[in-house]
Design a protein around this ligand. Structure first.
Ligand code: PLP
Length: 462
């Protein structure tokens, strides 16, 4: 039982004093990472204040990044390692470890593609200097034409220059879309398990997320309808194709059901389709079915280069002004040179080659995954960068992540994806694209298979 006693400064509202006392205690080591805080009621009794004051203080400290609340389990001092937004590290060449916890594109050599594109740009007199100036809010018409045509080739028929905006990758696309929808400070609906980048953004924008129940096809229409009947919501964020993290892909019927509800309850949908370019076959994007209800987000991160930070959005006409304001207000424009470089790759065929290479290697890795883990019910969509592994009943998520970690394998536990403390299942996400080569992936999967076959040793405590 925690016996921490906060020291209040006596200045300002009590909830702020308490939030400050929590921050001080963590900074001075009086409260340790992972330590549980007193219950709201216990602390309210101790300090002689209302439970509401404690709730407000904890939520303020949580917003500031000091605490994390776990549904039904209490409030804890945040541990760096359990917080994806704060403990971000990319592919590390540590020979002792194999990481399967981030959706990084398969490594590719872009040297030739880059120099070809730069040669093209430099070959046109004045072009480079023009790209170094301020430009229009959504790139040049010719660039939007190139991107639209390329997307149409891959089945996105609603990709037309008039609807297309650029972004700094899909993550920035989510931010711009939330801004354009006027969602800042509101409650946004989403899948109960969702892309952690949305949670990070919501945290900064003081957006409340309301995570909704899902099944093997993703968001459940009944859950959406129930939420819409009980509150006034305007925005729904969804990843209907190769959902991150569960891999769920909505059937056409499910898509139509969800869109019918969005129409009935006047919801704008932010369709995050960043993984949707990878599968060779997929159902139509939501934006194909309801172009005026859906902002469709994609990016070149997963198929050509994450470092170029180029994404695109297909935006309904009534949101064009709001989207222009969001882009202007946040960055004036998306880097013209980067748009041009990508367009060169789209025209020259380098982008197709890179996409096909991603698909080919992901296909090989999908086979390895099935070979090792099919009998454990691993869920995987062809072309996906990640798989979802529900754990056998004898494994708890946290212990499995820890056990894998001890064996040098990094996997992502379901809790990382929980939207606003939505109950997370005993499952882990395996990013098969993360390892540098297929041999390392094979080795990691062998180790995980052995772990899954073994019941963990019971831990004793008195
Ligand atoms: C669902 C989803 N949206 C957005 C992103 C971020 O994409 P980008 O690198 O284009 O910002 C990711 C990255 O994994 C993702 O999984």
């Amino acid at each position: 039982m925690t016996i921490w006693k906060p020291e209040l400064s006596g200045q300002g509202p009590v909830y702020r004093q308490l939030a400050q006392a929590i921050a001080n205690a963590i900074e001075h080591g009086e409260l340790q990472p992972g330590q549980r805080l007193p219950t709201h009621r216990a602390l309210a009794n101790q300090l002689g204040v209302t439970v509401g004051t404690i709730t407000r203080a904890y939520s303020e400290a949580e917003h500031q990044g000091w605490l994390t609340a776990r549904i039904g389990a209490g409030t804890y001092v945040r541990e760096e390692s359990s917080e994806p937004a704060l403990s971000w590290h990319i592919r590390q060449p540590d020979p002792e470890r194999i990481e399967l916890w981030q959706n990084l594109p398969i490594l590719q050599d872009r040297q030739n593609a880059f120099s070809d594109a730069v040669d093209q740009i430099l070959a046109t007199p004045g072009r480079l200097n023009a790209l170094m100036e301020y430009s229009s809010v959504n790139g040049e018409l010719s660039q939007r034409e190139i991107v639209s045509q390329w997307l149409q080739k891959y089945g996105f028929s609603t990709a037309i220059p008039e609807r297309l905006f650029f972004s700094f990758g899909a993550q920035n696309g989510v931010l711009l879309s939330l801004m354009a929808c006027g969602a800042v400070g509101e409650t946004v609906l989403c899948e109960g398990l969702t892309y952690p980048g949305l949670s990070t953004l919501s945290h900064s924008l003081r957006i409340q997320l309301k995570g909704l129940a899902m099944d093997e096809e993703g968001l459940l229409p009944q859950a959406l309808e129930k939420a819409c009947q009980s509150g006034n919501y305007r925005t729904l964020y969804l990843t209907p194709t190769v959902q991150n993290p569960t891999t769920a892909t909505m059937s056409l019927t499910r898509r139509q059901e969800i869109l019918a509800l969005c129409e009935r309850y006047q919801l704008t949908v932010i369709e995050d389709d960043v993984h949707g370019i990878l599968p060779e076959k997929r159902p139509p994007a939501l934006a194909e079915l309801a172009p005026e209800r859906v902002i469709h987000l994609g990016s070149f991160s997963k198929n050509t280069s994450a470092g170029l930070r180029l994404g695109y959005m297909l935006v309904p006409a009534h949101l064009h002004t709001a989207m222009s304001i969001a882009v202007r207000g946040s960055c004036w424009m998306i880097t013209p040179f980067m748009i041009e470089l990508t367009c060169q790759w789209l025209v020259s065929g380098h982008a197709d080659r890179m996409l096909l290479q991603q698909r080919k290697i992901l296909r090989e890795r999908g086979e390895l995954l099935r070979h090792h883990l099919a009998k454990f019910g691993v869920q995987y969509q062809e072309g996906g960068m990640h798989a979802w592994l529900p754990l056998p009943p004898y494994w708890r998520c946290q212990s499995f992540v820890q056990a894998a970690n001890q064996q040098g394998i990094g996997v992502a536990g379901a809790e990382l994806f929980s939207a606003a403390h939505f109950p997370s299942p005993q499952a882990v996400r395996l990013s098969i694209s993360h390892p540098g080569d297929n041999v390392s992936l094979d080795k990691a999967l062998c180790i995980l298979r052995e772990l899954l076959e073994t019941e963990p040793t019971p831990q004793w405590i008195i």
